[in-house]
Write a protein that binds this ligand. Structure first.
Ligand SMILES: Nc1ncnc2c1ncn2[C@@H]1O[C@H](COP(=O)(O)OP(=O)(O)OP(=O)(O)O)[C@@H](O)[C@H]1O
Ligand SMILES: [Mg+2]
Length: 403
């Protein structure tokens, strides 16, 4: 049988600790970009080196896209390209020894049953399905294979969190728990991709992100609020009866196909003093908005709302058109999250509060995505965020005096 000369690449001590663990199952909850995937690619390769011809190790990720990323990274990582062949369709890498590394999606647990697996990594497991772990577990039975779980903290109401708690408790000697914060990585000497100290990136993120998001993504601490970017406790602290003072600015979210048009007005202390939510035809919608008291108004003009928003802007002074992109929505929602966490905005019980409580963030490769869960609405949240942004701008420009 051919032999492969192998030198382990440089790994930070916190990465080595996981790789060297004696436990059959390791569960690692870590900050983002600290080298979870990188270190586990090294580990899986080393496990494959121990395998004989036709024995397999698996990389499992929540989606095909994520499995493909690891597959591509593994191919780059093996410096001697003569040591393996790759099958792009099946995402399989076969070493010259005949051992196989397979990169799989956790989307369909049924596809993970069958076969004997000698070692496995479940990457981003807190975003993957539990049933897939059950399927994966069955493939490790006859081989006594090891499995390593890696992921970000993601709320407390899910199997991923429970598995981490079980590993952390130490009750089962087969499990060992690891936690890596961004500060651990920074003090170990981690750099950003463009070569800056990691700590700079952390400090920037801390400024940009709502506290609960930062805690999960950088401190690896599951938040009580799950993926609510505002914080349930802060939402409660900002809940006040509707103000009877006049509105000094408005935020309007126009109805798309299935949802509602919402107008929210804030008084000069940023208490909600006007709230209406309706489904009307476009003519009536325009009339209702034009009928709002004279004050600066920010309106969502994304997609189908655009002509109506422009019509309003042509007939009313001081209208700001906002087009939502993932980036601009993120900024708007972060502004609202800060306001809520600093108790700078106040809203009544009912729809507004309920939508804020149901709101979620999702961490994607292109940034943090904010939205209402499937099948629910976020038009109150958007209108509130728009109203707050215009309120803040007006205060900054001195056109609202809060003194
Ligand atoms: N030991 C190391 N030495 C040098 N660079 C490393 C090391 N470990 C990781 N990196 C680099 O750090 C970056 C982040 O690594 P990786 O993608 O593995 O992190 P992650 O924790 O899986 O991040 P994510 O949260 O995106 O899943 C990559 O550019 C990777 O090449
Ligand atoms: Mg990763």
């Amino acid at each position: 049988m051919p032999t492969i000369n192998y030198t382990r690449p440089f790994l930070y001590p916190y990465q080595l600790a996981i790789l060297n663990s004696k436990a059959r199952f390791t569960v690692t909850i870590a900050a983002t970009k600290v080298g979870k995937t990188a270190s586990h690619i090294v580990w899986l390769f080393e496990q494959a080196l121990k395998c004989k011809a036709n024995q397999s190790v698996w990389w499992v990720a929540p989606t095909i896209g994520q499995a493909k990323i690891a597959f591509d990274r593994m191919k780059v990582q093996i410096s001697n390209k003569d040591l393996f062949t790759a099958n792009e369709t099946n995402r399989t890498i076969t070493l010259i020894t005949g051992a196989k590394m397979e990169f799989k999606t956790a989307e369909k647990p049924d596809n993970l049953y069958g076969g004997d697996v000698y070692a496995a990594v479940y990457d981003e497991y807190t975003r993957g399905r539990e049933e897939s772990w059950h399927a994966l577990r069955s493939t490790l039975t006859s081989t006594g294979g090891k499995c390593k779980f890696i992921g970000n903290a993601k709320g407390k109401k899910n199997w991923g969190y429970k598995l981490a708690i079980k590993a952390k408790s130490g009750d089962d000697p087969n499990y060992e728990y690891f936690k890596i914060t961004a500060y651990d990585a920074a003090s170990a000497g981690m750099k950003t991709k463009d070569g800056r100290p990691f700590i700079e990136e952390i400090e920037d993120a801390k400024k940009d992100l709502p506290e609960s998001v930062f805690n999960e993504l950088y401190l690896a601490e599951a938040s009580e609020d799950g993926s609510n970017p505002f914080g349930l406790q802060y939402i409660a602290q900002c809940t006040y009866p509707l103000s009877d003072k006049p509105a000094v600015c408005f935020g309007t979210d126009l109805a798309k196909k299935f949802d509602f048009t919402v107008n929210i007005g804030l008084d000069k202390f940023a208490y909600v003093s006007h709230f209406d939510r309706f489904q009307k035809d476009w003519r009536q919608t325009t009339e209702t908005i034009l009928g709002l008291p004279v004050a600066p108004l920010a309106i969502d003009s994304t997609g189908v709302g655009d002509p109506i928003a422009e019509d309003i802007a042509s007939k009313r002074d001081n209208v700001t058109l906002k087009v939502f992109t993932q980036r601009s929505k993120q900024q708007l929602m972060e502004g609202l999250a800060y306001a809520i966490q600093r108790r700078e905005i106040f809203f009544p019980e009912g729809m507004i509060r309920e939508e804020l409580e149901a709101f979620e963030f999702e961490y994607t490769r292109t940034g943090v995505k904010y939205s209402a869960p499937e099948g629910t609405h976020d038009d109150c949240v958007c209108a509130l965020a728009l109203a707050y942004s215009i309120w803040k701008d007006s205060v900054n420009m001195g056109s609202i005096s809060i003194w």
